[in-house]
Design a protein around this ligand. Structure first.
Ligand SMILES: Nc1ncnc2c1ncn2[C@@H]1O[C@H](COP(=O)(O)OP(=O)(O)OP(=O)(O)O)[C@@H](O)[C@H]1O
Ligand SMILES: [Mg+2]
Length: 416
């Protein structure tokens, strides 16, 4: 896995500055190692080149030769920031001519390292002219109700795609006050989401490295636990810009809008490449499934819709699968069983299900969803009569039995 940076320090002062720089930008401190350009050469010849390398030239009398050798083992496009003691403008110029991003004189400060780093990697963040970057898929996970397990799904799906499917995943928890995806993974939400919504145009590689929480090399989380008395701008334009910008930095974005915030739900749906609805088997769940799917048909016609029915903590549901499908006219693509012990156990351990409850039947169904999305597996299990084919298009037969009262009043309101 390609690291975002590595720092080679030939003395303790440089090492301390690099470590502080890493802490300031939420980069992994363990990527600062002892060694000079020779050590960097040895180490980098055996691994994928990080995006940016800090090389301590120590007291080398021929820094250009050292850097030249290093260039031989690095990928083109790698940004190299050299640190040294030679205070000579012609050496500095020669280094820049040789393609070094910056040359810093010792002793270096964390701020100076940060400045050089930001300058070095920023131009690549917008994908320079002609370098059309692949944009991430945007999988929007929306709950029909509060508490139906939307965050459990989004967090675990993000984890599985990152750790097991080896995708570079960004998990975007759009609830600045009550989001709990980071907490489910035992991480501090920080203020990343608030900062992103505040100045969405500023989002680039550096912003991602600095403000998103790194769960793993492949999984970064944008979240917040904003003080309730603070206002966070949640307008559709800001949300759409955040998603648009982040698409440049990941292969997959899992976006969870807060339940009931229609501004955020609509903005996320407009940006979606896939929409995953999480619902329970309840009368109101059916009603809101119909309404949400209809909304998605309107805002994002043609975008793939996937329906997950989660048994959640409920021992018993108001509605069975067959009735759910015939009333909504939507096929349930994946049914998630109830596993209070497993899900709560993982939650208490602050771990994703594959780690906290690897035998949970819930995990099996979430893996099925991931393979539906990325493994070429066929979505949908054929349950009930007259349903769609997992595309969220209403094809049910409205004359199917749906029960009485409010339940039956839903008949005829299928998603369209
Ligand atoms: N299949 C399941 N089996 C057992 N417990 C579950 C299951 N799915 C979710 N839960 C539990 O249900 C509760 C609600 O889950 P979660 O927080 O993911 O829902 P949510 O829809 O995101 O809620 P909110 O609307 O508050 O954001 C949690 O305690 C979670 O552990
Ligand atoms: Mg939630």
């Amino acid at each position: 896995m390609k690291k975002s940076y590595m720092g080679f320090a030939a003395d303790s002062e440089t090492r301390a500055a690099l470590e502080q720089f890493a802490r300031d930008l939420y980069l992994p401190e363990e990527d600062v190692v002892d060694g000079d350009a020779g050590a960097a050469l040895e180490m980098l010849s055996d691994m994928p080149t990080p995006e940016c390398i800090f090389v301590d030239l120590g007291h080398s009398s021929s820094p250009l030769d050292e850097l030249d050798k290093l260039a031989g083992v690095c990928d083109p496009g790698t940004q190299v920031i050299a640190v040294g003691t030679v205070n000579d403008i012609s050496v500095f110029r020669d280094m820049l001519d040789a393609g070094i991003a910056d040359y810093l004189l010792k002793p270096v400060t964390p701020d100076r390292l940060k400045q050089a780093y930001e300058k070095a990697i920023a131009p690549t963040s917008h994908g320079g002219e002609g370098s059309a970057k692949a944009l991430a898929d945007v999988i929007v996970v929306v709950g029909t109700r509060g508490g139906v397990g939307t965050s459990m799904v989004s967090t675990n799906v993000a984890w599985i795609l990152a750790h097991e499917n080896k995708k570079k995943v960004g998990l975007v928890d759009l609830d600045p006050y009550f989001g709990n995806t980071a907490t489910l993974l035992n991480l501090e939400p920080g203020r990343g989401l608030s900062e992103a919504l505040d100045e969405p145009d500023r989002i680039d590689n550096v912003f991602v490295d600095r403000t998103m929480i790194k769960e793993h090399e492949n999984l970064m989380i944008l979240a917040a636990e904003e003080a309730m008395q603070n206002e966070v701008p949640m307008d559709a334009a800001s949300i759409e810009t955040v998603i648009e910008k982040l698409r440049e930095n990941f292969q997959v974005l899992i976006v969870e809008p807060p339940h009931g915030n229609m501004q955020a739900v609509k903005a996320a749906i407009r940006m979606a490449t896939h929409i995953v609805f999480v619902t329970n088997y309840s009368v109101v769940g059916m009603r809101d499934m119909i309404r949400l799917s209809g909304l998605a048909n309107q805002l994002a016609a043609g975008t793939r819709q996937i329906v997950l029915a989660n048994q959640g903590t409920a021992g018993k549901s108001d509605v069975n699968a067959k009735d759910f499908e015939s009333v909504t006219g939507l096929a349930v693509d994946v049914e998630i069983p109830s596993d209070v012990r497993g899900v709560a156990g993982a939650l208490n351990a602050g771990a994703a299900l594959p780690v906290g409850a690897p035998k949970s039947p819930v995990l099996k169904t979430l893996r099925k969803l991931c393979s539906t999305l990325y493994g070429g597996a066929k979505p949908g299990k054929s349950k009930g009569k007259g349903k769609g084919k997992g595309k969220g298009k209403g094809k049910g037969k409205s004359e199917d039995k749906g029960g009485g009262g409010f339940f039956s009043s839903l008949l005829g309101k299928k998603a369209s």
